[in-house]
Design a protein around this ligand. Structure first.
Ligand code: CU
Length: 133
């Protein structure tokens, strides 16, 4: 069957296109939502500086859920035109303070495992979760 080879090739090409789409955040099959270790997230992270980064854009934390190692450095980049903060909701274990538009602030994640919800103190409807594990 001559068609078996072209079919296999087409699948490989499609998989490659999918990987490209993921790196540009177009998305492929799933929307890249909650999964902690998806290819989307690792590709996004490695394209920055190897550290862990949260971007604030359009009054949203991206990603809204981030898993890090204990004591990891987390850089928060504000890409909005208004000031934001990234502040732990309970216990105040981390707080960037005000991040001016276009600026970034790095904080240190808690040293113990757990889920740490955070918010923006200026815009309390902005929410995210930092998971330390
Ligand atoms: Cu804000």
């Amino acid at each position: 069957m001559p068609f078996s080879f072209p079919t296999g090739t087409a699948r490989l090409v499609a998989a490659g296109a999918c990987a490209l789409a993921l790196t540009t955040q177009v998305g492929c099959s799933d929307g890249g939502g909650g999964g902690g270790d998806s290819a989307t997230e690792s590709a996004t992270r490695s394209s920055t500086d190897g550290g862990t980064q949260v971007t604030i854009k359009n009054f949203k934390f991206q990603p809204a859920s981030l898993a890090v190692s204990p004591g990891a450095k987390v850089t928060v980049v504000n890409k909005d035109s208004t000031t934001h903060t990234l502040t732990a909701s309970k216990g105040g274990s981390f707080n960037t303070g005000n991040i001016a538009p276009g600026k970034s602030v790095t904080f240190t994640a808690p040293s113990k495992a757990g889920d740490f919800p955070y918010t923006c103190t200026i815009h309390p409807f902005m929410k995210g979760t930092l998971t330390v594990k």
